[in-house]
Write a protein that binds this ligand. Structure first.
Ligand SMILES: [Zn+2]
Length: 193
């Protein structure tokens, strides 16, 4: 049985994914340099959902084709999986991390180079618009921490050090009360109590 706050976080995530799928809220949320953290605390569990434009992690948002780009993606994935390095949560243990991104979907090619070649009449502006609509990519990473010795008073994040493209992170904490704050390179601590 799922706890209430975790269910709320799940709905958050489902909502975000649905929005991404139909491209509706994505434009408003997808701002390079900005990202979101949703944190749900329930008894001895902490769930963290990190959502960000791929630009902040990679410096690009197209499907990697060169060796250098692929290496960069592999490095970012390795860093993202190490939730225990990205988040300092007292004695809590990382139990699970799960990464999703359209850049990891091998069945779907966002770039459609053939489309552009078959439409030589496109003027610069419409080509530019098409570029913006089709070439943005996001990452969502889910972390599950177990805190058998209790929830810490604060969470410190190393995201700004690991990913220098990040400038602001909007944080929502769902605990006994809900709170919101914005992190930046000089303010990387989330107080929980
Ligand atoms: Zn983008």
């Amino acid at each position: 049985m799922r706890h209430n706050n975790l269910l709320v976080l799940s709905l958050f995530v489902l909502g975000a994914n649905a929005a991404l799928a139909d491209g509706f809220i994505e434009h408003e949320k997808h701002v390079h340099g900005k990202a979101q953290l949703n944190i749900a605390i329930e008894k001895n569990k902490i769930e963290i959902e990190f959502s960000t434009p791929a630009m902040n992690l990679l410096g690009f948002e197209y499907k990697p084709s060169s060796t250098e780009d692929k290496h960069q993606l592999a490095q970012a994935l390795t860093t993202l999986r190490q939730g225990g390095e990205l988040f300092t949560l007292g004695t809590c243990q990382l139990k699970e991390s799960e990464i999703s991104s359209t850049l990891l979907d091998t069945d779907h090619d966002n770039n459609h180079p053939d489309d552009k070649q078959s439409n030589p009449s496109l003027d610069h502006d419409s080509e530019h618009d098409q570029h913006h609509q089709s070439n943005h990519s996001d990452f969502a990473v889910h972390y599950h921490f177990s805190c058998s010795e209790g929830v810490p008073a604060q969470i410190k994040t190393g995201l700004f050090v690991a990913f220098t493209g990040l400038q602001h992170i909007a944080v929502t904490v769902l605990g006994e009360q809900q709170s919101q704050l914005t992190l930046n390179k000089s303010q990387n601590v989330i107080n929980l109590l």
